[in-house]
Design a protein around this ligand. Structure first.
Ligand code: ARG
Length: 408
């Protein structure tokens, strides 16, 4: 085993990371500093969620020499969520990247704390077949290649939850008892990810209890609701004329969207490590904001820029999904996307009804929509006589080719 004197661990308060604290001390004979990030997971749905003091107590009881809990919600939204929203990045056409966005931020904080604490290693509680280990470790490598990286779940012998519970009992590590849900759930402000248990059969419809923050469409209100969402330079700042902080705005849309059954996704996805897995997602606010943002861009961006953005959006999503947040390419695309957002200012009206979401209207002082050119009415300014010459030249290569083919 490598020699480690002090390690900073990404701590969640759950069974795995509680045991990890003890296990690291035993196996590496090192100090363990626990770090927990608040990215909005504490307030969602309320069930089974740790409070900050709870978390600190548990980490110390498990053997941590120090515990950090940092509220990262503002930074998460400003530096991770909004740039990805502005890029319209969606993985495999469906996943709005909630868990994938929190990992590079948590990893960055671990590296910062490791420096402050003069620690020589960082650790996480990810499994050896998931995406999150990749995201954490690629970010560690990008930000401080000298840090040692420990991933106990890839190292230790325990393979079942039962063995872990026995370990906790043996060493008197406090872990939440009570009936364990069959799901593995990751949550933050931007969405909820749920996998395992009955979801592992891709043919089986997800049971209702798998969903944490959305009402099924059948049970949503029987009347639609309209929301006016105002963006300033590609960033949502108001709902129905009322200014809200980024975090409050997202929470509000999660609440309303969730009640209307918006933002449920059921996806069989390709993981970085080569396997396919089935996961369900709930992201009411993200779903509403993605639609609204893109609608506004369709009004404001010129055709080429709009199309070029569409072209690189899936690539951006892939970089985020695969843990390459700190890569040169991702940062370069960020610069391009940022430049496109200068005039993405205006309002989009959306309509929510029983799990459906539509755009109802859009307006902007920077709109490139020109009624006098688009209209079929009497005030039409479009010069239809130029259309023929335009088509003649555009069709010239087709015509030449067709004539050649005929000769042959
Ligand atoms: N599949 C998602 C991703 O790779 C979520 C991973 C964590 N999911 C979970 N249920 N624990 O980003």
């Amino acid at each position: 085993m490598e020699k480690v004197s002090k390690v900073v661990l990404a701590y969640s308060g759950g069974l795995d990371t509680s045991i990890i604290i003890h296990w690291l001390r035993q196996n590496y004979d090192c100090q363990v500093v626990a770090f927990a990030a608040d990215v909005g997971q504490f307030e969602l749905a309320g069930r089974d969620v740790h409070t900050v003091s709870d978390l600190k107590r548990k980490a110390v009881a498990a053997g941590a020499s120090k515990v950090y809990v940092q509220d990262l919600k503002i930074e998460f939204v400003r530096d991770y969520v909004f740039p990805t929203l502005q890029a319209n990045a969606i993985y495999e056409g469906k996943y709005l990247l909630s868990a994938a966005l929190s990992r590079p931020l948590i990893a960055k904080k671990l590296v910062e704390i490791a420096k402050r604490e003069k620690a020589d290693a960082v650790a996480h509680g990810c499994t050896g077949k998931g995406n999150d280990q990749v995201r954490f470790e690629l970010t560690f490598k990008a930000l401080n290649p000298e840090l040692k990286i420990l991933a106990p779940l890839r190292e230790w012998e325990m393979v079942s939850r039962q063995e872990e519970i026995e370990y906790a009992k043996r060493y008197k590590i406090p872990v939440s008892t009570g009936k364990e849900k069959p799901y593995s759930i990751d949550r933050n402000l931007w969405g909820v990810c749920v996998e395992c248990g009955p979801l592992e059969d891709p043919w089986k419809e997800p049971p209702e209890d798998a969903y944490q923050i959305t009402t099924p469409a059948e049970k949503a209100p029987s009347k639609p609701v309209y929301l006016d969402i105002y963006f300033r330079q590609g960033i949502p700042t108001r709902i129905d004329g009322k200014s809200l902080s980024p975090v409050e705005l997202i929470k509000k849309l999660n609440r309303i969207g969730g009640a209307y059954g918006i933002g449920r996704v059921d996806l069989v996805e390709n993981r970085v490590v080569g396997i396919k897995s089935r996961e369900i997602y709930e992201a009411p606010a993200a779903t509403i904001l993605y639609l609204a943002h893109r609608e506004l861009e369709s009004l404001i961006l010129d055709r080429d820029t709009f199309h070029y953005k569409e072209l690189i959006a899936p690539r951006y999503a892939e970089l985020v999904y695969c843990g390459l947040w700190e890569s040169q390419l991702k940062k370069t695309i960020d610069a391009f996307v940022y430049a496109t957002q200068k005039k993405v200012t205006g309002t989009v009206r959306v309509k929510l009804y029983k799990g459906n979401l539509w755009v109802a209207g859009r307006k902007s002082p920077y709109s490139l929509y020109e009624k006098s050119l688009a209209t079929y009415g009497a005030e039409d300014k479009f010069d239809r006589t130029s259309a023929q010459g335009f088509i003649d030249l555009l069709g010239l290569p087709l015509e030449v080719k067709a004539l050649m083919d005929k000769k042959e």
